[in-house]
Design a protein around this ligand. Structure first.
Ligand code: THU
Length: 163
């Protein structure tokens, strides 16, 4: 038997002022986008802002549905739209912001499992890591370089190869 331990690396900033201006702006755009969410069921609003290597910023917010599974998270709305609008443009940074109607979120939220898998696909396709910034209404900002920190033992397309 051989037990392996996997280390992940998350950096915590006490506030946005510790971040470069470009990233402060990206988090602000994610926050603005959260206000545009369609979340009448969860009353939980998430915004995502994707900074592409070509300098463009694409935003998205969670879009819910009375048939719950038909809704989509903010991260996937933004990531999918970014690649449809600018196919092949590399994603440099993804900023995520959340707030709720009836309680205060006091720590950063991190993307759900399905969104992590979508971020992993993007990293694999572009052959470079994505910087992920996570923030809520109050509390610190979390940052990680690359999805492997959020999704160790990731499933990649290589695993589909027959030979
Ligand atoms: N949600 C996101 O948009 N991103 C996340 O990272 C977590 C959850 C959305 C999905 C749903 O509309 C609401 O938040 C509650 O789960």
């Amino acid at each position: 038997m051989n037990t392996k331990e996997i280390k992940i690396k998350i950096t915590e900033f006490s506030g946005t002022s510790e971040l470069p201006e470009e990233e402060q702006d990206l988090l602000q755009q994610a926050a603005k986008s959260a206000s545009n969410s369609y979340a009448p069921y969860s009353e939980f609003h998430v915004g995502a802002a994707v900074l592409l290597e070509n300098g463009e910023i694409i935003c998205g917010s969670n879009q819910e549905n009375a048939a719950y599974p038909s809704g989509l998270c903010a991260e996937r709305v933004a990531m999918f739209y970014a690649n449809s609008r600018y196919p092949g443009a590399k994603v440099k940074t993804l900023a995520i912001f959340a707030h709720a109607d009836h309680f205060l979120i006091d720590k950063p939220i991190s993307p759900c499992g399905t969104c992590r898998q979508v971020i992993a696909e993007t990293e694999n396709r572009q052959k470079s890591k994505i910087r992920i910034l996570m923030q809520s209404e109050t509390g610190p900002v979390n940052m990680t370089e690359g999805i492997e920190n959020l999704l160790p033992l990731t499933f990649y397309e290589e695993k589909l190869k027959k030979k």
